[in-house]
Design a protein around this ligand. Structure first.
Ligand code: NAP
Length: 435
């Protein structure tokens, strides 16, 4: 198709939308890379009076989403409004109007991705979402294109910058998790309601997207087990280090035959592993693939410009497809998913870290060891910390390989005993190199 320009419409002009406009303002470079210019025709927002960056052409603003969706010169709609509704309706309507769609919205994809992707597929339209996982890190494109001939065996991600920042600060400052979350809110690293980040739901939505591309699972229905980082405290980091580990907020999907073990939550990682060094707001994705072996993707998982780079990469990609008359190209992983069962971490054997808060009196250790032994849980290391300023003692235990489900049964029993003063913390020890 011989074109002089491709029309773009934005739904949303907040953090990411503004970054997108800044990158699209590099007109000469974009034209050279796409083969024609990309021209923004309309930008839908909620509030026409809100203060905007200088890069925003105010004459293009509208509060009517349908001005964007029905604009005859707009070929590509960029959804950067966030949330599930009305974003679902906006994306569905954009596709119904025959527009190519780019979105950064992981929550939307995790909730409605199957329907939206299959509609786009049936109508030979592009629905692209590089920025929905790990912001500026091009891991979606790697799964869709670079690894299209390979078989991914496992994904280990640190894909929520807020929880990684919080755990890094607790480890480094010794402050409580609650204090660090409040500080992160002041600095703008955590939302007013931080639960999607600290309780793991944001990372779970991103893992659903990665699993869909890597393993062909349903993006909507293949949901991982989710555990919060909230019960952790600084003593856990001290003892994890003394045992040779670091604690990281992981998102894990591991394929074994026709099962995928998938979970999100804090876990101990061997300190020599590359993921142990991923700190602060940084994200990483460590893939193990059958033919190519291990791959590490590392970088900024959020932020205006990093995220905008991924959004504009998709806009450029779909524009090239439009020029070539090749939109709606097949996604590599669309074939096998239906027969794959997603299971939780309880079914596989690995070492675990336990922190028990018990009354400091004789015989407690023996009773705990007996209760663990009754569930075939053997102890690799045990340390008692009774130097805290209260009458309780904390016991840190590292187990040998044991089924997660057995650990949970034993801990439920132990926590019912009169010796125990607070719920026992259980963290898996995850070695990304384990086959
Ligand atoms: N921020 C990041 O670092 C980051 C990273 C990766 C992915 N993402 C994803 O990117 C998306 C956008 O995030 P953001 O941080 O840019 O959000 P944001 O700063 O809150 O911006 C949202 C924009 O959408 C507009 N909007 C909201 N509801 C609307 C409606 N009903 N009609 C028209 N416009 C509406 C808002 O208009 P007003 O300006 O008038 O309020 C605002 O311009 C989200 O899906 C998010 O998960 C963000």
């Amino acid at each position: 198709m011989d074109r002089t320009s491709i029309g773009v419409g934005l739904i949303g002009c907040g953090t990411v939308g503004t970054g997108v406009l800044r990158l699209l303002s590099h007109e000469d470079e974009i034209r050279a890379r796409v083969g024609c210019s990309l021209r923004v025709h309309k930008i839908a927002v909620r509030d026409l009076e809100a203060e905007r960056d200088d890069v925003v052409d105010k004459s293009l603003l509208t509060t009517s989403v349908s001005d964007v969706l029905t604009h005859p010169e707009i070929d590509v709609v960029v959804e950067v409004m966030g949330g599930i509704e009305p974003a679902r309706r906006v994306v569905a309507d954009a596709l119904k109007h025959g527009k190519q769609v780019v979105t950064a919205n992981k929550a939307l994809l995790a909730a409605h991705g199957d329907v939206l992707l299959s509609y786009a597929d049936q109508h030979d339209l592009d629905l692209m979402f590089e920025a929905s996982v790990a912001g500026g890190i091009p891991v979606i494109r790697a799964l869709r294109s670079s690894l299209a001939s390979d078989r991914v065996q496992s994904i280990h991600g640190i894909i929520n910058g807020t929880s990684n920042y919080v755990l890094t600060e607790v480890e480094q400052s010794g402050a409580s998790l609650d204090e660090v979350v409040k500080e992160a809110q002041k600095l703008g690293y955590a939302e007013a309601d931080p639960s999607a980040d600290v309780d793991g739901f944001d990372a779970a939505a991103k893992l659903q997207i990665l699993m869909c591309l890597a393993f062909g699972t349903s993006v909507t229905q293949a949901t991982p087990e989710v555990r919060s980082i909230v019960p952790l405290c600084s003593i856990d980091f001290e003892y994890a280090r003394s045992f040779g580990y670091r604690i990281k907020p992981l998102a894990v999907a591991r394929k074994d035959g026709d099962q995928i073990e998938a979970w999100v939550g804090p876990a101990l990682v061997p300190e020599e592993h590359v993921l142990a060094g991923v700190s602060g707001v940084y994200n990483a994705c460590y893939l193990n693939s059958q033919a190519v072996g291990p791959l590490l993707f590392y970088g900024q998982g959020a932020g205006m410009m990093a995220t905008a780079v991924s959004v504009v990469a998709d806009v450029i990609d779909t524009s090239r497809n439009l020029i070539a008359g090749a939109t709606g190209r097949r996604q590599p992983a669309a074939e096998t998913g239906a027969s794959i069962l997603v299971v939780d971490s309880g079914r596989s054997a690995r070492p675990h870290y336990l922190r028990l808060t018990v009354e400091d009196r004789p015989g407690v250790l023996g009773r705990i060891a007996t209760a663990l032994g009754a569930h075939q849980i053997s102890i690799q290391s045990l340390v008692q910390d009774d130097h805290r300023p209260n009458t309780n003692a904390e016991i840190m235990i590292l187990t040998h390989d044991v089924l997660g489900s057995d650990v949970m049964k034993a801990v439920a029993e132990i926590d019912r005993s009169a010796d125990v003063r607070a719920a026992t913390l259980v963290l898996p020890i995850e070695d990304p190199e384990r086959a």
